[in-house]
Design a protein around this ligand. Structure first.
Ligand code: PPS
Length: 259
């Protein structure tokens, strides 16, 4: 797949963005969420794919035929608008299910109004800034839809200045955290907690979602969501994404704390 030259960052309502995530803005803002939709919100590289797969399994169960399709199709990326592939909105419109899992990296102030009006559940995952930065630094060279990454020193400075797609890590995390204080339908999770004890975090998540899976079901979700298993699984390792160059780096890179 041939993409145009890498996009440049620009200031979009006070947040650094690229046009791949803003060109469909009116459709994104007018998106009609449904009451049972679940939003998965993260700063990029905080554990989106991991929590998406966990929710996907809890949501659709082990035998759903949909599980033969890629996770990126089952959990559409709301604001995505990359040439030659369907937009996130188009993918969402095609989903047969009535309760959708919806991925976003939008800062909280950009979330379309209908999600609040419908009182949708939202799961926000945050990751320690240093690991988030390292993961982002390794991701941008292999993701041809991202801006030119530059060297480490340049990237680090950009990260600290918030000159990253989806803006400053600190603003993103604190924005969602503050919203959670007054909004009971937001569940905040931390990547490090998931690494420490995924069973405990799964219990908390299920309690938020009002789900009570059996012990066997929980064990199955935990097993399938292990880093090595997701890396091997072509439905979860993003190997089908045409604008990612796996010769540069795998999407499922290390999955560690303190890298
Ligand atoms: N199961 C599991 N366990 C532990 N870690 C995992 C898992 N799945 C994904 N990852 C790691 O999450 C990082 C990718 O983050 P995202 O999925 O948020 O990326 S993206 O924003 O959707 O592009 C990326 O982190 P790094 O390895 O540090 O780069 C992935 O390896």
């Amino acid at each position: 797949m041939e993409l145009p030259p890498r996009r440049k960052l620009f200031d979009f309502q006070g947040v650094s963005m690229t046009h791949y995530f803003t060109d469909n803005w009116d459709n994104v803002q007018n998106f009609q969420a449904r009451e049972n939709d679940i939003m998965i919100a993260t700063y990029p590289k905080a554990g989106t794919t991991w929590i998406s797969y966990i929710l996907d399994q809890l949501h659709y169960g082990p035998v759903a035929p949909k599980c033969q399709t890629s996770l990126v199709d089952r959990v559409p990326f709301l604001e995505m608008n990359i040439p030659q592939i369907p937009t996130g909105i188009e993918m969402l419109d095609k989903l047969a299910t009535s309760a959708r899992l919806i991925k976003t990296h939008l800062p909280v102030q950009f979330i379309p109004r209908s999600f609040w009006e419908q009182n949708c559940r939202m799961v926000y995952v945050a990751r320690n800034a240093k690991d988030n930065l390292v993961s982002y630094f390794n991701f941008d060279p292999m993701n041809l839809a991202q801006p030119e990454p530059g060297d480490w020193n340049h990237f680090l400075q950009r990260f600290m200045d918030g000159k990253m797609v989806f803006g400053l890590w600190y603003d993103h995390v604190t924005g969602w955290w503050e919203k959670k204080q007054t909004h009971s339908k937001i569940h905040c999770m931390f990547y490090e907690d998931m690494i420490e004890d995924l069973g405990r975090e799964l219990d908390r998540l299920c309690s938020f979602l009002g789900l009570s899976p059996s012990l066997e079901e929980k064990a199955r979700v935990i097993e399938k969501s292990q880093f090595d298993n997701m890396k091997k699984n072509s439905m979860t390792n993003h190997s089908s994404i045409a604008f990612m160059d796996f010769k540069i780096s795998p999407f499922m890179r290390k999955g560690k704390v303190g890298d």
